[in-house]
Design a protein around this ligand. Sequence first.
Ligand SMILES: Cc1cc2nc3c(=O)[nH]c(=O)nc-3n(C[C@H](O)[C@H](O)[C@H](O)COP(=O)(O)OP(=O)(O)OC[C@H]3O[C@@H](n4cnc5c(N)ncnc54)[C@H](O)[C@@H]3O)c2cc1C
Length: 413
Amino acid sequence: MTPDVLIVGAGLAGLCCARRLHQEGTRFLIVEASDGVGGRIRTDMVEGYRLDRGFQVFLTSYPEAKQQLDYPALRLKPVLPGALIRYCGKFYELADPWRRPSAALPSLVSPIGSIADKLRVARLRFRILRGSLEERFRDPETTTLQTLRENGFSDSMIDRFFRPFLGGIFLDGDLLTSSRMFQFVFRMFSLGNACLPEEGMEAIPRQLAATLPQGSIRFGAKVAHVRSNGVTLESGEELHAKRVVVATDGVVAGRLLGDAEPVASQGVTCLYFAAPTPPVERPILVLNGDGAGPINNLCVLTTVAPSYGPAGSSLVSVTVLGIHPDAAALQAKVQTQLKDWFGAHAEGWRHLRTYRIPHALPRQSPPALAEMERPIRTSTGVYVCGDHRDNASINGAMVSGRRCAERLLAELG
Ligand SMILES: Cc1cc2nc3c(=O)[nH]c(=O)nc-3n(C[C@H](O)[C@H](O)[C@H](O)COP(=O)(O)OP(=O)(O)OC[C@H]3O[C@@H](n4cnc5c(N)ncnc54)[C@H](O)[C@@H]3O)c2cc1C
């Protein structure tokens, strides 16, 4: 039977679009190039370890996710607010005074920013939490670095904390990402917890997919061409529908839609190691405050969710910004830095896998977020959704899929 809507891609955006159409009884088919749902959110089981394809966290405060996901069923495990910062041969904790007041006092006098910087964080938090998210997205747009400077932060606070922390979120160590994205992320971190689902990040798209009818996703079906009423698969097969939605990442969408200006991407490399004992005993993000060496951040995932590894073992994820041409040389440099940070402890760590993700996030430097939501219907009548239409996050991808479906429903009557 010909579906009303063909959706290209079973990432979060495609799944949320499908879910909304299904709620209204609209017939759809998702065609997905890979062998599973989730797109950029997949989890591999390797020797009993859960390896997310690139370290990422889920923020419980995401407004769209709150509407669409069943949080208790995800069994979310929180990361401690704050961070442990490697600086000049030592680790310093920067705690969140609102959520962990007892840990906040030593943070005030650590070399990670001055006391004035910490007061500036409080002031910024107050400002960013005021009004609605939509209002904050209307604040003047500049880069994240510029907005940190305008808020008076010292270079030491920026370089030792904000650069590795936000750089690890935006995958952009230069902090050229839009200040609107910074405000969004800062607000989300202030209002909720960063978490990992017990069964890995892929549990999020799997939960969404479970609400769709059986047989409504066709895997291993790579789309080569799209038009307003159908697609051609790489195999040459033609599929027809009343409407077509391109729910791929921005780079593929640009290619399929023949965009003159392709979406630029931020790349990242994630290395996983199995360690006999945890190098850091608490579920906290570790940041590189020195700026030297390849590691931007790391996390012992089994301290967040023990289900990320077999009993009695530890899983360490290491994030390196960008894509490095020589994977073996990068791994050697990372291991040298790990030994510098954790001493003999890191000698026995076993490398499990490295993920190189060239198109991890759409680059969102100004004026990328000049509009909070960008058009989801092209001039050729094809629809498009994905994180590149809203903002580069789980929430942005989910919003774009839902609003694309709502636009379609309005047109299909
Ligand atoms: C390493 C990394 C870390 C991240 N960290 C965070 C984080 O901490 N917090 C956060 O909120 N967000 C994070 N993100 C971003 C978040 O994961 C993405 O914004 C979101 O998953 C994008 O979903 P999407 O549906 O827009 O696109 P995608 O997930 O890319 O889905 C697109 C789908 O289209 C399919 N497809 C592509 N081409 C074709 C074709 N020709 N034919 C058919 N199918 C096709 C793909 O296989 C894929 O399944 C991170 C992303 C990465 C990669």
